[in-house]
Design a protein around this ligand. Structure first.
Ligand code: NI
Length: 354
């Protein structure tokens, strides 16, 4: 991953945390506990009272081995009892004898009795998370063989294990789990509006145009007359040439002469007329801007007008959209050439510096 991307990633994470202070160990773990708590409490509340004693064994699925699995009520009570067993060592509270055994107190039978037990067990989880610090998280509390951090996180893992089973219990009873229902209730995101063809053309025109301007502004002025071979254009002449071709195409599409008079070779303005880097930058910038203005002004109607046009591919009657495409393609060819000039001078082009 490139460094810039990492910066963006961190920026996104910081944004996700909002403007709140940096999370502590306690708050980070507490957030995990809240997440599983919401899922599992919502699920238990969504199961009807009369289904609390449901077990998949009652479905008599051919070849099943569900005989000895927990009922839904036992799943809920097991999560609650386990939460107490796992998190109690962190708070130092006394573990009630009646909570021993995997399924919690025998006395709790109805949905109305079981749900408060579940919720209270998560309240203990929040209390346990609040005790965590960077200093104590690797200590083993009491007689535990696990560290404080391990216990805090294990409660979350264990609850999610049973959440997955309980989801199936709900679906076996024709109930869509609340988390899925919430997700389905969200309206699908609106697709962005389709842009006009002129807007699309403008995007590509500006894209390559801005890349050329960036090179023109960035390249050292004392290397503006650099070229690799004696019979090719220099760095400056390439830019002047692109600007001149742009103006030729803009004039054809607009039906009137636009841009400066470049003299006898209208595609190759003399370097003498544009002596400084500032003058070259100004010309290529103006050409890109004038082209963009013409595309925007003519719109889709302009793109559909036709005229005689000759280029490397031959002479045809073409749509103006074809002429704009020719300009974009032509600019891109010269952009590639200028990038080579960068590398030939042991310089890195702006785009590759990230
Ligand atoms: Ni050319």
């Amino acid at each position: 991953m490139k460094p810039m991307r990492i910066v963006f990633l961190f920026a996104a994470l910081i944004n996700a945390w909002g403007q709140q202070p940096a999370p502590t160990k306690a708050s980070a773990v507490d957030r995990e506990i809240s997440a599983v708590e919401k899922q599992i409490v919502d699920l238990a509340e969504a199961m009807p009272e009369d289904k609390f004693d449901f077990s998949p064994a009652s479905l008599n699925i051919p070849g099943n081995s569900y005989q000895d699995v927990r009922t839904f009520a036992q799943q809920v009570k097991h999560v609650g009892a386990s939460n107490y067993a796992i998190w109690w060592p962190l708070t130092g509270d006394k573990f009630p004898d009646e909570f021993l055994g995997g399924n919690g107190p025998e006395s709790l039978k109805t949905k109305a009795e079981i749900l408060p037990f579940l919720k209270d067990s998560f309240a203990l989880g929040h209390k346990a998370a609040a005790t965590l610090t960077i200093q104590n998280m690797l200590e083993n509390p009491g007689h535990s063989k696990s560290t404080r951090l391990r216990l805090a996180i294990f409660g979350v893992e264990h609850a999610f294990d049973h959440y997955g089973q309980m989801v199936e219990y709900l679906r076996m009873n024709g109930i869509v789990p609340p988390a899925t229902r919430e997700r389905q209730a969200q309206p699908p995101p609106e697709p962005p509006p389709v842009r006009s063809r002129a807007e699309e053309t403008l995007e590509w025109w500006n894209h390559i145009g801005n890349k050329l301007i960036a090179l023109a502004q960035d390249f050292p002025e004392d290397k503006y007359d650099f070229k690799l071979q004696k019979d090719e254009r220099t760095f400056a002449e390439n830019l002047l040439h692109v600007a001149a071709v742009d103006y030729d195409l803009i004039s054809r599409v607009s039906g009137s002469s636009i841009g400066p008079d470049f003299g006898k070779d209208k595609h190759n303005p003399p370097r003498d007329s544009y002596k400084t880097k500032a003058e070259v930058v100004k010309l290529i910038t103006q050409a890109v801007m004038d082209g963009a203005a013409a595309i925007a002004k003519e719109g889709d109607t302009g793109l559909d007008r036709t005229q005689q046009f000759g280029w490397e591919t031959g002479r045809h009657v073409v749509h103006n959209s074809y002429i704009w495409m020719t300009g974009i393609e032509h600019s891109t060819e010269h952009f590639g050439q200028l990038v080579v000039y960068y590398r030939a001078n042991n310089l890195v082009p702006p785009e590759s510096r990230r």
